[in-house]
Design a protein around this ligand. Structure first.
Ligand code: NAD
Length: 253
């Protein structure tokens, strides 16, 4: 097991990519803080699954767009598990809207969660990382953070910001044995994009497959988890400020 006894906070882990990472971390021996935005029940369902696979996990609720909630989350996790070793900034939202249709509220919601929340989770865990002399941060960005797409300007700005936030944090706090890196997922089949994968979406699905040299339309969330384990493990101790695309080759064109 590659994360034996490490304490990991995975935001947005009540479903989708976050759930897959939380469950894989559990199988790798980590003690996992499963964080939902509102529903303790949803978090507890994932906790139950992790325990069923022999892992250790606890449920937490936090609105990760709010600094006060983030600070309370980190304090609660340290109270429960005694420390924190790994934070995964996974919670995220995407509104599909053209330039004309993007409202101030949509902009703020995406930037507050996808970018501001990520920074403040790192800031909140930082004193504990410094005390231990080690820490791991994994930011879940997007292919829309290293390239861009239409009809999601705020999302692209937030995810691109996350890529450079990753570098900025790496150059400032890397010398304290804190690794800050990110993953840029391609299309991953999760509840986020369920509406784009329905039976009437065949043309769109084919278009997505055509965007990858491998012809893959949507990857499964589990396919990201090996990279998330690597970036959380000692194997990546010399890796700082990088963004690893797990995208079936989308960004390689
Ligand atoms: P999802 O919608 O299935 O899950 C998102 C999670 O974030 C949920 O658990 C939700 O409860 C949580 N969340 C939403 N608002 C929150 C808030 N205010 N506070 C705390 N948690 C909140 O999405 P997903 O596809 O699993 O996406 C996970 C991450 O991966 C996101 O950051 C997303 O932008 C990114 N991503 C997804 C894809 C994809 O194709 N699915 C591609 C690239 C990047």
């Amino acid at each position: 097991m590659r994360l034996q006894d490490k304490v990991a906070i995975v935001t947005g882990s009540s479903q989708g990519i976050g759930e897959a990472i939380a469950r894989r971390y559990g199988r790798e021996g980590a003690r996992v803080a499963v964080v939902a935005s509102r529903s303790m029940d949803k978090a507890n369902t994932v906790v139950k699954a992790i325990r069923g696979e022999g892992g250790v996990a606890e449920a937490f609720v936090a609105d990760c767009s709010k600094v006060a909630d983030i600070e309370r989350l980190v304090a609660d996790v340290i109270k429960k598990f005694g420390t924190v070793d790994i934070v995964v900034n996974n919670a995220g939202i995407m509104h599909t809207a053209s330039v004309e249709d993007t409202t101030e509220a949509m902009w703020d919601e995406q930037l507050d969660l996808n970018l501001k929340g990520a920074f403040f989770l790192v800031k909140s865990a930082y004193p504990e990382f410094r005390r231990k002399g080690k820490g791991k941060v994994i930011n879940i960005s997007s292919i829309w953070g290293i390239g861009a797409g239409p009809n999601c300007p705020a999302y692209c700005a937030a995810k691109g910001g996350m890529v450079n936030l990753t570098r900025a944090l790496a150059v400032e706090i890397g010398r304290h044995n804190i690794n800050v890196n990110s993953i840029a997922p391609g299309n991953i089949a999760t509840p986020l994009n369920a509406h784009l994968r329905g039976p009437d979406m065949a043309d769109y699905i084919q278009q997505m497959a055509n965007m990858t040299p491998t012809g893959r339309d949507f990857l499964q969330p589990e396919e990201l988890t090996g990279t998330a384990v690597y970036l959380a493990s000692d194997d990546s101790d010399a890796v700082h400020g990088v963004t690893i695309a797990v995208d079936a080759g989308w960004s390689a064109w």
